[in-house]
Design a protein around this ligand. Structure first.
Ligand code: B12
Length: 211
């Protein structure tokens, strides 16, 4: 019975049916299915299937966004219970689109996939300068700082941000992404990792945190 309900939630999530997902999540809670189980077996697993499909071009940005919206609807139900159950997040990530750059669709996808995978993500928004990344790193103590850039003219500020945090003695892993970026650019500026899409970003973060 509970397995069936979790499967239904997962299916509805993958179809982006936010309201169905919310209602069934409430039902699962009422049936005393644990928050961890709802997360792992329905929500996170649904988002990771969507992520894989996105990586393989089987679904596109709109499908990922509506699935993520459904995920958020379920998370609104679970968040208060998560605190009570003291389920630990897998790690803290600070993410932002770098200074001068207002593109945030890709950054938001990365944030949602990371949240879907069980990380606590602090979203600093767009046009984030080095000082703001530095302040957030000091205050929130993330394991990973993630930067997005969509303009060739703003990619350079990733380098200055990494330098500013390193010079301030902040011990954190840096990951970067965005359409114009490459693996070799990431290496060149001293980032710890680059990922071409949101699902790979989740794998990258997992490997960096495990290391
Ligand atoms: C939508 C869009 C806009 C929207 C942005 C809306 C928004 N809220 O984001 C608006 C209209 C505002 C806009 C404005 C501009 N844009 Co624009 N825009 C685009 C467009 C069409 C799509 C970008 C997008 O959302 N893609 C979809 C997402 C899902 O893909 P993504 O961002 O690459 O993210 C994925 C990966 O890269 C990765 N990823 C992303 N971030 C991160 C971060 C980490 C840490 C990791 C690991 C992975 C990762 O995961 C994501 C999901 O898989 C692109 C063209 C294109 N095809 O890329 C142009 C484009 C990026 N824009 C461009 C330009 C020039 C501009 C403007 C300067 C235009 C102008 N003259 O005003 C302004 C700049 C404004 C500014 N200061 O930022 C150029 C950039 C050229 C260049 N080489 O620099 C492009 C390439 C269009 C073009 N062909 O000329 N733009």
């Amino acid at each position: 019975m509970s397995v069936e309900l979790l499967e239904k939630i997962r299916e509805a999530l993958m179809k982006g049916k936010a309201n169905d997902v919310k209602v069934m999540t409430e039902e699962a809670v009422a049936q005393k299915i644990s928050v961890g189980e709802i997360l792992d077996k329905a929500l996170i697993s649904g988002m990771s299937i969507i992520g894989e499909k996105f990586k393989n071009n089987q679904v596109y940005v709109p499908e990922v966004l509506i699935a993520a919206r459904a995920m958020n609807a379920a998370m609104a139900v679970l968040k208060p219970l998560l605190k009570a159950a003291d389920i630990k997040s897998k790690g803290i990530i600070c993410i932002g689109t770098v200074k001068g750059d207002l593109h945030d669709i890709g950054k938001n996808l990365v944030r949602m996939m990371l949240e879907g995978a069980g990380y606590e993500v602090i979203d600093l928004g767009v046009n984030v300068d080095a000082q703001k990344f530095l302040d957030a790193a000091k205050e929130k103590k993330p394991q990973v700082v993630a930067m997005s850039a969509l303009l060739t003219t703003t990619m350079g500020s990733m380098k200055s941000t990494i330098e500013a945090l390193k010079n301030a003695g902040i011990k954190v892993k840096f990951i970067v992404g965005g359409a114009p970026l490459t693996e070799s650019f990431a290496k060149e500026i001293g980032a710890d990792g680059y990922a071409p899409d949101a699902a790979s970003a989740v794998d990258l973060v997992a490997s960096l945190i495990a290391a």
